[in-house]
Write a protein that binds this ligand. Structure first.
Ligand SMILES: Nc1ncnc2c1ncn2[C@@H]1O[C@H](COP(=O)(O)OP(=O)(O)O)[C@@H](O)[C@H]1O
Ligand SMILES: [Mg+2]
Length: 333
């Protein structure tokens, strides 16, 4: 019995520790999105694949420190409930596959947050709540004969969350002699799910990111353009861009951006912007604060999709041919 409690308490400590890992991962990802460092790297020519794989490798190396130390220390401390015989192999697999799956799933989770501080706190609590407390709750339900079935059924979909799978795996390993005579095979489901989430989340992340590069147009906001009279030179530029076959380095045609501020509230930031800038020409965009300069630049560099209109750089549309267009862009926000 004493052994069992050592096993369970080591499992708890390991699960709590593992809930901190995604909080560390999510911080950098959301911070780089928040302060535009990611977009800056993409505009400067870094490929999406290089961005994510370098992050993945770095996060994996950082994970390896606790990922290797934890099973070794558990063994050293004599937590035989987790390390006896083939349980030790299972323990190692739980750690390694947890690393492989928590990294991409956390990258996906980062999409949910705008601020890195909130991302860090929320990620920790989600992982701690679902992973640690969830696995504990399921284990307790398993003890009683009439709730055992519920626990069994619920444990499967919850394994999609890696922190749940690893915590539940620890508990399964350490409690096996408490309830029945299972061993490695009892954790096989947890390990398998870690594998599946590792693979699935990587595929989802990459397809999401790769499709986003050729940006989809933001949905048309239902805000009609005000029929304001245009200055002569504005009208002239508009027509020039419309009909001219000249080689413009940058061509903006009827650009419009409407921000959605919430419940039926919209802000027209840029409207009817048309201009052509020839190669070799130096152009300054001036305007009062709030005129829409930054928004126009964000659209021109592919950070935001336009609501209406076209922007092309050396003939490549930033919405449809961003991969080519960005090769001609240098951006210092
Ligand atoms: N992300 C956003 N969401 C909602 N409104 C925005 C956003 N960014 C800018 N705006 C609004 O759009 C208008 C144009 O902003 P901006 O492009 O930053 O102008 P400028 O750079 O010329 O000062 C401003 O009224 C601003 O408040
Ligand atoms: Mg600005």
């Amino acid at each position: 019995m004493g052994n069992t409690f050592v096993g369970l308490s080591v499992s708890f400590s390991l699960s709590i520790g593992m809930s901190f890992i995604p909080a560390g991962i999510v911080t950098f990802i959301s911070k780089e999105r928040e302060n535009n460092a990611k977009h800056q790297q993409i505009v400067s020519g870094m490929s999406i694949l290089a961005y994510w794989s370098s992050n993945y490798v770095l996060d994996w190396l950082k994970f390896l420190v606790p990922g290797i130390l934890c099973p070794i220390i558990s063994n050293g401390l004599g937590a035989s409930m987790l390390t006896n015989g083939d349980k030790y192999t299972a323990l190692w697999e739980l750690f390694m596959f947890y690393g492989l799956s928590i990294i991409p799933t956390t990258y996906l989770m980062a999409y949910m947050f705008k601020e890195h501080t909130r991302a860090q706190t929320a990620t920790f609590f989600i992982n701690f709540g679902v992973g640690f407390i969830g696995s504990l709750a399921i284990t307790i339900l398993q003890i009683f004969p009439n709730t055992d079935v519920i626990a069994q059924v619920f444990s499967w979909p919850m394994r999609i969350i890696p922190t749940f799978a690893i915590s539940y795996g620890f508990l399964n390993l350490s409690s096996s002699t408490l309830f029945d005579s299972s061993n490695y095979s009892k954790t096989a489901g947890d390990i398998l799910f870690l594998w599946i989430t590792a693979l699935l989340s990587t595929v989802v992340l990459l397809s999401f990111e790769l499709f986003k590069v050729t940006k989809v147009r933001s949905c048309q906001a239902k805000v009609p353009s005000k029929p304001e009279p245009l200055d002569d030179d504005v009208e002239e530029e508009m027509q020039k861009v419309d009909i001219a076959h000249e080689d413009y380095g940058i061509k903006i045609k009827g650009l419009r951006k409407v921000y959605h501020l919430g419940k039926k509230k919209y802000k027209v930031a840029v409207d009817k912007l048309s201009l052509g800038i020839k190669n070799g020409e130096c152009f300054t965009l001036l305007g009062v604060s709030g005129a829409g300069k930054t928004t126009a630049f964000k659209i021109m560099t592919g950070e935001l999709p336009p609501t209406e209109g076209e922007v092309s750089v050396q003939g490549y549309s930033v919405t449809d041919k961003y991969g080519e267009a960005r090769r001609y862009i240098g951006y210092c926000p």
